[in-house]
Write a protein that binds this ligand. Structure first.
Ligand SMILES: [Zn+2]
Length: 149
């Protein structure tokens, strides 16, 4: 953990209470997502109403999920829009479909830099969540490739 993290930190918008269980989970190095009791499925990002069936908040619960999934799609960022990320470029920004079915955006790390630059990541690559404690308050989720299974 460092106090010298120079990049932008999350700023939960609207009602920060809605996403609080997600961020409490990341601090424990766990991935939590909302589950809708009406249509029996997970979704992400955190919301007060189910985006699939419009179930109200009293039909939504938080569940710890596996933290494993697959690359649904990705892009390689060569020129970050935010200068603070320039030193990491090129890097992979991906849409991850977790095994529970919801999709979440995050960076895929632990890939050799020459493979990142050559777009060698494969769609459907298995990944698992890794947690980066960037400040005392914030732990971010990233993803790293794993084998099948
Ligand atoms: Zn629903």
């Amino acid at each position: 953990m460092t106090s010298e993290y120079k990049k932008p930190l999350p700023r939960p918008a609207m009602n920060p209470e809605v996403s609080k269980p997600f961020w409490e989970g990341t601090k424990k190095h766990e991935l939590w997502m909302q589950y809708c009791l009406n249509h029996n499925g997970h979704f992400f990002y955190p919301r007060e109403v189910c985006p699939i069936c419009w179930a109200p908040q009293d039909r939504l619960v938080w569940q710890k999920v596996s933290g494993k999934g697959r690359v649904f799609s990705y892009t390689t960022v060569f020129q970050p829009a935010i200068p603070a990320f320039a030193e990491e470029a090129p890097y992979i920004h991906a849409l991850i479909e977790v095994d529970e079915g919801a999709r979440i955006i995050g960076n895929v790390i632990d890939i050799p830099q020459e493979d990142v630059a050559a777009n060698k990541l494969e769609v459907n690559q298995r990944v698992e969540a890794v947690f980066e404690d960037v400040t005392d308050e914030w732990t971010l989720v990233k993803w790293k490739p794993i084998g099948e299974g």
